[in-house]
Ligand binder design. Structure first.
Ligand SMILES: Cc1ncc(COP(=O)(O)O)c(C=O)c1O
Length: 483
């Protein structure tokens, strides 16, 4: 590197250091952390953070670290809220959990036992739902890639709703239906202009969705009962919800007017937020990286709650059909993150601390290999052992075990002083953490459930042998490592 480059680099660094405290103070977010009590956690001196009287640090001693902990009381609460009939209404919504969000059989069965159906997007997920005893009529089959074999199976078993992701799929459904001499219950997925479009759904704008419904009916072998729409972009406010639902309802009028179609099912997909999680804007990341300015924590109390979401959906759909004198369709919801996001936490230990000039690296045994979504969402990080102690003078950069700078969970986060062996908790790990996890160099951790203070294993930790179980070349037994 030339002398000029070195001088410019050093000047930049000095400028950053000078500006850091000024920027941190001037642009401090109004909220930079969320209290542990939001998740029902209590601090017990000498035992650290406890859930239902169970010390989180002791959980890692018994079950290993890292460790996923599913809080069943929280999951029960969320299920009940989604299934509740809003006050003053004759009926509520039918709920189909989005399998891809947290495809752990122990978690799925818990919801199924309480009246939740399955929303699946692959042959594997449909197989899993059937294996878990979900009746075929309680399964919604979505997704852009459905194998021919799985479409045939869905039709033969009488799956509750087979949703065509794009108009081209209707021909495939119709061909299999004719061959099997069955009339599957079909929905057409549309995109509304609110949220995702791309490969998902047929756009209402420009008439493509209407043409798809017309075609679906003309094919003659499909029972066209439903309209499917999934917003994709997370819904945090009533205004976002209402705009999306209004666009869908408007299209139901078009279907009635143009095709005389009275829908039996209105499937509004998922997308409701987890109140304590929020997408972090690029500017907030940059300020955090460059000036160690705290990330803004979400305003959980202001986020649309499950109760309010269900009440607003039912109210908006009912009043729409009432005004038009038409029967209100059954309302299907496919929650993912809102159902399980805040019902699971991930525990990990500080492997070592590495001091740098302006920060301390906390090198953890958990990383983006377990919690990839922390890279673009706010997830509260809690010091499990001494959460009430004074904050350390310098921020921590919390990194994982994978050998890449990309394995950074938190760029600059304020925590009470850490020591090697301390336990940290990443909150809201119940959506998209487990399915997006990789076994990159480190096997996956165990998943346990906590129910009324009782601990139960849902999934054992992966072993070294699991990592090579599918390989044609197996290590000689004598040299296999004990994991
Ligand atoms: C069709 C469909 N339904 C439901 C969901 C669940 O979404 P969320 O976790 O945002 O509620 C998804 C997620 O991508 C989806 O694609």
């Amino acid at each position: 590197m030339s002398l000029r480059h070195r001088l410019v680099g050093a000047a930049r660094q000095r400028l950053k250091e000078t500006l850091r405290p000024v920027v941190r103070r001037a642009l401090a977010p109004s909220r930079s952390s969320l209290p542990a009590s939001l998740w029902g956690l209590e601090f017990v001196p000498g035992r650290g953070l406890c859930l239902e009287g169970v010390s989180l640090a002791e959980l890692t001693q018994r079950w290993g670290s890292p460790l996923h902990v599913v809080h069943l009381a929280a999951l029960r609460r969320n299920v009940e809220r989604f299934l509740a009939v809003p006050p003053g209404r004759a009926g509520g919504c039918e709920v189909y959990y989005s399998y891809k969000t947290n495809p752990v059989p122990g978690v799925l069965s818990f919801m199924h036992e309480r009246g939740v159906g399955a929303e699946v997007i692959s042959a594997y997920e449909m197989w899993l739902a059937l294996q878990l005893g979900v009746p075929p009529e309680r399964i919604v089959y979505n997704g852009p890639v459905k194998s021919d074999a799985s479409i045939r199976e869905a039709i033969e078993r009488g799956i509750g709703l087979l949703a065509a992701n794009h108009a081209e799929e209707l021909d495939v459904f119709a061909r299999h239906a004719a061959e099997l001499k069955r009339r599957p219950r079909v929905a057409v997925r549309v995109s509304t202009g609110h949220g995702w479009t791309a490969q998902f759904g047929t756009p209402i704008a420009g008439g493509a969705a209407l043409a798809a419904f017309r075609k679906a009916r003309e094919l003659g072998t499909l029972d066209v009962v439903g309209l499917h729409a999934h917003r994709g972009a997370t819904i945090r406010t009533e205004a976002e919800l209402e705009g999306f639902v209004a666009a869908v309802l408007d299209f139901t009028d078009t279907l009635h007017r143009e095709l005389g179609l009275n829908l039996e099912v209105l499937d509004l997909g998922g997308s409701l937020c987890t109140p304590t999680v929020e997408h972090v804007e690029p500017r907030a990341w940059r300020l955090n990286q460059t000036f160690q300015r705290d990330l803004p924590a979400p305003d959980a109390a202001a986020a649309l709650s499950i109760e309010r979401y269900v009440a607003r959906v039912v109210e908006q759909v009912e009043s729409h059909f009432e005004r038009r004198g038409r029967a209100r369709p059954r309302i299907f919801l496919e929650p993912g993150r809102a159902m399980t996001g805040d019902t699971q936490l991930l525990l990990g230990r500080v492997h070592t601390l590495k001091a740098g000039p302006e920060r301390t690296w906390a090198v953890m045994d958990m990383g983006i290999n377990h919690a990839e979504c922390v890279r673009n969402e706010y997830h509260q990080l809690l010091h499990v052992d001494r959460p009430e102690a004074q904050l350390a003078a310098r921020p921590y950069t919390v990194v994982g075990p994978i050998c890449t700078p990309g394995d950074t969970l938190y760029n600059a986060v304020r925590l009470p002083e850490l020591r090697g062996g301390d336990t940290l908790a990443i909150m809201d790990a119940g959506a998209y953490c487990v399915p997006f996890a990789t076994s990159f160099s480190f096997p996956q951790p165990a998943i346990i459930a906590l129910d009324n203070g009782e601990e139960r294993l849902l999934r054992r930790a992966e072993t070294f042998e699991d990592q090579v179980a599918f390989d044609a070349t197996q290590p000689p037994t004598a040299f296999r490592a004990a994991s």
